[in-house]
Write a protein that binds this ligand. Structure first.
Ligand code: ADP
Ligand code: MG
Length: 250
């Protein structure tokens, strides 16, 4: 579903991703852990084309979406096609970024309407069933400011799903939440994983990574240092850097 081949990304002189090779298969839940500043968010943002890579290749769903060599764009995808490919990836950020002037229901219907040109009456049914699945159908006419952080983040997940993505990317979706609200969001993500969604999750929630992750990747200084099953990474890390990191946080 996702393939990164020798991906490099710099911001000016700062080299942030140093030759990332990664494949994510259908139905996998890949959890990415690692210290702050190691390039986790940048990697996710490169996957869904929010950042342009400096060199390397990215394939999504079998389609080449970036191919850059020594700064030369060898693919030159027309913007229309690039934006269509982007919709196969849903993204949920640390901050919920809901549209404050729209109701919960409208937050779900706006992108399918504007980006995909779907008719409102056709998508309302699906939006309602998504709200039901995240336990927030009764909030459909509320504005985001009336919801708790956990509820807002569940709306953000439903909103991403309303675009029918084949892959969901999560960037520390629970880091901005009060501790008592973390569980309800992880629960929704766990359900999504059980339904077979392909997911890449940057997280500090090691319990989630262990229970729901099919694979755990440890990143440090722009590189994938180690990857394996949750048991391999948490119970018997092979690399010293992984060990040091886990000892700090567990
Ligand atoms: P993580 O998510 O693992 O904490 P990030 O991917 O956010 O790491 O950041 C990796 C490095 O890239 C950091 O040093 C950060 O300051 C830098 N960085 C991220 N985004 C930008 C940007 N838009 N411009 C310049 N530097 C950036
Ligand atoms: Mg980050």
């Amino acid at each position: 579903m996702i393939k990164l081949e020798n991906v490099y990304k710099s911001f000016g002189d700062l080299l942030v991703l140093k030759g990332i090779n990664l494949e994510v298969a259908e139905g996998e839940v890949v959890c990415i852990i690692g210290p702050s500043g190691s390039g986790k968010s940048t990697m996710l943002r490169c996957m869904n084309q929010l950042e342009t890579i400096t060199s390397g290749k990215i394939l999504i769903d079998g389609n080449l979406v970036s191919h850059i060599d020594e700064g030369k764009d060898l693919l030159n995808l027309p913007e229309k096609e690039a934006s269509k490919l982007r919709t196969s990836l849903g993204m949920v950020f640390q901050r919920f970024n809901l549209f404050p002037h729209l109701t919960v229901l409208e937050n779900l219907t706006i992108a399918p309407e504007l980006v995909k040109g779907e008719k409102k009456e056709n998508i309302t049914g699906k939006a309602m069933s998504l709200l039901k699945s995240v336990g927030l159908l009764d909030k459909k006419d509320e504005f985001p400011s009336k919801l708790s952080g956990g509820q807002q983040q569940r709306v953000a997940i439903a909103r991403a799903l309303a675009m029918n993505p084949s892959i969901m990317l999560f960037d520390e979706p629970t880091s901005a939440l009060d501790p008592e609200l973390v569980g309800e969001v992880l629960e929704v993500m766990k359900k999504l994983a059980e339904e077979g969604m392909t997911m890449v999750v940057v997280t500090h929630e090691m319990g989630f990574a262990r229970e729901v992750g099919t694979r755990v990747i440890f990143m440090d200084e722009g590189q994938i240092v180690e990857e394996g099953t949750p048991e391999e990474i948490f119970d018997a890390p092979k690399m010293e850097r992984t060990n040091v990191f886990l000892n700090k946080i567990l």
